[in-house]
Design a protein. Structure first.
Length: 152
């Protein structure tokens, strides 16, 4: 067994130091860049923070809860339900049903329309570097954060 040379130890130390300095840089802006894929969607609950390029209305954020092959949540105005199939970054959401209450707030109604189009058209799922769930597809994109735990 050979002893590492002083030069190889110095090079390794310099690389570690460079990595640590780079890791301490400024935080990146949120993005829709894929970092990883969820292993499963089952058992996860999410709150939408952006639909397309617009933030959701505070207090009326859409939600999504995935259990087995079922999907349910709120649009910020109405409740919805449906089914889904997921496999390593690919999602297929079945027909979605929903309640049909009128959304009195125009911003919430607009978010609901964009959200439902994006959910129905979703084809890919990823987790960004900050742990947010990104659904993307022909209907647009949705950025979710992990939903708060319900007391119970």
């Amino acid at each position: 067994m050979s002893i590492p040379s002083v030069r190889s130890v110095l090079v390794a130390s310099a690389l570690v130091a460079a990595f640590l300095v780079a890791a301490c840089g400024p935080a990146a802006e949120p993005s829709l860049v894929r970092s990883a894929w969820p292993v499963t969607m089952a058992g996860s609950a999410w709150t939408a923070i952006r639909v397309g390029n617009q933030a959701t209305v505070v207090g009326s954020e859409p939600t999504a809860t995935f259990t087995g092959g079922d999907l349910k949540g709120t649009t910020g105005c109405n409740s919805y339900f449906g089914s889904y199939k997921y496999a390593t970054g690919v999602i297929k959401i079945g027909q979605i049903g929903s309640t049909a209450m009128a959304c009195l707030d125009a911003a919430v109604a607009a978010t609901e329309q964009r959200f439902m189009a994006a959910m129905q058209g979703a084809s890919s799922v990823s987790i960004d570097p900050d742990g947010r769930l990104i659904l993307n597809g022909r209907g647009g994109s949705i950025m979710f954060e992990v939903a708060p735990q319900q007391a119970g």
